[in-house]
Design a protein around this ligand. Structure first.
Ligand code: SAH
Length: 217
């Protein structure tokens, strides 16, 4: 096994499974995806630590435990169409691509999307579409989505995302203040009713945009 593969095994065992993530499909996805290829070369030896890392443009690749936990909470099935807001490095996108049928991912920073797109292609994830756009308005073209995952912190859930969620669907979003949020799950019943449930504390970079935090001009 390569050094990175050994580090990856250790990450999944000691930082993810040991902290309570049980979903075998999620654990298998994290064992498989070469996380070190989603960070800049000089940070590769830190890629399997349980922390976020800078990816440029003031953004971060999320901590592996949080990626695993959110993927588990979202209960993604092989038949699902998933919308992700906040492509960033594309690491969470890759995990979703292993779990789902199709993944649509929006990123507002062009430089990040431009790095993530060839990375996806190079690693053979051909069921992913990435686009540069304000994700707070969603992506109506491919809606509705069985699952929606927001990987940036919002003041509250953007209404267009709830509209684009399929009946029976689940949306997961960090909601709260600029530097501290709660992970919130929204479920839409077959009749279209929305139920909201608050979970654990998390700290994500802000969701900026029309239905998110306003950007300073
Ligand atoms: N899942 C990513 C996390 C990236 S951090 C990873 O692990 O690499 C959150 C990302 O959300 C940042 O790249 C940020 O630019 C992006 N973002 C913030 N507001 C957004 C918006 N309105 N639409 C799309 N992306 C947004």
């Amino acid at each position: 096994m390569s050094d990175f593969a050994v580090q990856r095994e250790r990450m999944v065992r000691d930082m993810i499974a040991a902290r309570g993530v049980r979903d075998e499909r999620v654990l298998a996805a994290l064992r498989k995806i070469p996380r070190h290829l989603f960070v800049k070369e000089h940070l590769r030896n830190q890629a399997y630590g349980d922390h976020a890392l800078p990816i440029g443009s003031g953004q971060t690749i999320s901590q592996p435990y949080i990626v695993a936990r959110m993927s588990e909470l979202l209960e993604v099935g092989p038949e699902h169409s998933v919308l992700e807001i906040g492509t960033g490095s594309g690491y969470q996108t890759a995990v979703l691509a292993v779990l789902a049928r199709r993944v649509y991912s929006l990123e507002r920073v062009p430089e990040l999307a431009q790095a993530a797109i060839p990375r996806m292609r190079h690693l053979g994830f051909d069921n992913v579409k990435v686009q540069v756009f304000d994700g707070t308005v969603g992506w109506s073209e491919w809606a509705p989505y069985d699952r929606i995952l927001v990987t940036a912190g919002a003041p509250k859930v953007p209404e267009p995302l709830l509209d684009q969620l399929a009946p029976g669907g689940t949306l997961l979003i960090p909601e709260g203040q600029l530097n501290l949020q709660k992970l919130v799950i929204y479920r839409k019943s077959q009749r279209g009713e929305i139920r909201r449930k608050e979970g654990e504390d998390v700290a994500f970079v802000p969701l900026l945009g029309r239905h998110g935090w306003k950007t300073q001009k």
